[in-house]
Design a protein around this ligand. Structure first.
Ligand code: ZN
Length: 468
């Protein structure tokens, strides 16, 4: 109870900083409070609106009756629920957004979605298109998106992120989250652990005067992070305390993105690996589709390995003039992006994103001189922030997450190219940019794949074969 209260205080302070979410109840056995949360968030002096429940067969089975009962008990009227079948897994497609939207449109009422990942994203966008707020009852600690704005939706075969506000109210019942299938919890660990190298990326962007760290937001994400991932074996065993830590880490991260109005606090180059694979449609046709957090976890290992290689170099002795001499003109850079074999639909956006962060030679020289001069202290800050790639890989293996590209059918050449392509698709400044600008990206990546390097020493296996 005391522990519940202490963690509740931390969450409430994060909630105070959030822009969209007004009411949050997280704890043990809190499903029964859904009605009072609903009333607090959506009640007006003239009464309560009705609610429209959306679920799938799985989430309805674990929480549908209880949520419905709690709402009725609070005097909330309920329309006919919209329940997707349990199988096949609901797909995060725009078709499904439209199906939900048309169902919702038929009557007034506040959407209440029972589900964390795909279902939440679908309802988030459908509700936004109807200019309605909504409530989410989380059913798995599978990603930070249930407390964040934005929805990742596939349209025309490609996954895109659409803007839409975060839920106005959130109910997170730790018992329910602990009972979720292990693969969903594993994907949540993958999404959360990326905040480690993402923090490194933000430290770099801050030091080079590109994107200042907001201390309050930083602490929301980074303070609970290490504890949240400290005991992967307990997370894998469904231990209530460990699942609570994971869930809180994800909630804090979602609320921090609201507070910052940007995904910077919770997303770095490790996420860009995942975004690129999503744009390429990797694993979309699997049943269930390859999840966000599984790809992000692998991106996290990839970035931590690259940080290790980078931190083995002494950039205090960087040859700035040689790097400036090797720097492409914008025309050459554009040619490079266009030649990177990105999906055609992604190429134009990648050119634009690359243009946004492209520097002319004089500015590049100034930035690299700053990097060189700051390096001793900066490297120290980064070492304190990061964890070894092998450590992250071990933790992810312990919870049953993806730990090697061959498990998702990505062969070595494609994976190696991901280190180069991921830099192109977002203007966000990360370690990939630092190394590209210092003319070190190619040689650092080569080192990872050389015999004895992090990836070079791990044999590529057939999909499905387990590594570690
Ligand atoms: Zn994520």
């Amino acid at each position: 109870m005391t522990e519940d209260r202490a963690s509740a205080d931390v969450l409430q302070s994060a909630l105070a900083a959030a822009t969209d979410t007004r009411v949050l109840t997280a704890g043990t056995d809190v499903l029964g409070r859904t009605g009072s949360v609903f009333a607090e968030a959506f009640g007006t002096p003239t009464g309560l609106p009705s609610a429209q429940l959306i679920a799938d067969g799985n989430t309805w089975a674990v929480a549908g009756e209880q949520v419905g009962a709690a709402l009725r008990q609070a005097g909330v009227g309920l329309g006919e629920p919209f329940i997707f079948p349990a199988v096949p897994t609901v797909y995060a497609s725009y078709d499904n957004v439209e199906r939900i939207r048309e169902h919702l449109r038929a009557q007034d009422g506040v959407p209440v979605v029972i589900g964390s990942g795909t279902l939440n994203d679908l309802v988030k966008l459908a509700a936004w298109e109807l200019e309605r707020e909504y409530l989410v009852v989380a059913t798995a600690a599978s990603m930070d998106g249930y407390a964040a704005y934005g929805a990742s939706i596939t349209k025309g075969g490609f996954k895109i992120t659409r803007y839409c506000p975060a839920p106005a109210a959130i109910v997170a019942d730790y018992g329910l989250l602990a009972a979720a299938p292990g693969r969903l919890t594993a994907t949540g660990v993958g999404d959360l652990v990326e905040k480690i190298p993402a923090g490194g990326d933000w430290i770099l962007a801050d030091a080079l005067d590109i994107e200042t760290i907001d201390d309050d937001v930083w602490h929301l994400v980074q303070d609970p992070l290490r504890d949240s991932i400290a005991h992967p074996e307990l997370i894998a065993a469904g231990d209530a305390g460990a699942i609570r830590g994971l869930s809180e880490g994800l909630l804090m991260s979602g609320l921090a993105m609201q507070a910052h109005q940007s995904s910077r606090p919770a997303s770095g180059a490790g996420h860009q690996f995942s975004h690129l694979w999503e744009m390429e449609g990797l694993g979309l046709d699997e049943e269930p589709p390859l999840s966000h957090g599984m790809k992000v976890g692998l991106g996290t290992i990839s970035l931590c390995a690259l940080y290790e290689v980078a931190l083995n170099r002494d950039l205090a002795t960087l040859d700035v003039e040689a790097a400036v001499a090797a720097w492409p003109t914008w025309e050459q850079m554009e040619t490079r992006v266009r030649g990177a074999a990105l999906p055609p639909e992604v190429t134009e956006a990648a050119v634009e994103q690359s243009r946004l962060k492209y520097l002319a030679a004089p500015e590049l020289r100034a930035r690299l001189e700053r990097l060189r001069d700051l390096w001793p202290g900066l490297a120290q800050r980064l070492r304190a922030q990061l964890l070894p790639a092998a450590d992250i890989q071990h933790r992810l293996a312990t919870v049953g997450a993806i730990t090697h590209p061959s498990q998702i059918g990505v062969e070595e050449a494609r994976f190696r190219a991901t280190y180069v392509r991921a830099q192109m698709i977002r203007s966000r400044y990360t370690l990939l940019d630092v190394l590209l600008e210092a003319n070190l990206l190619e040689e650092c990546v080569a080192e990872l794949f050389a015999p004895g390097g992090f990836w070079g020493s791990q044999p590529w296996r057939r999909p499905g074969e387990v590594t570690n």
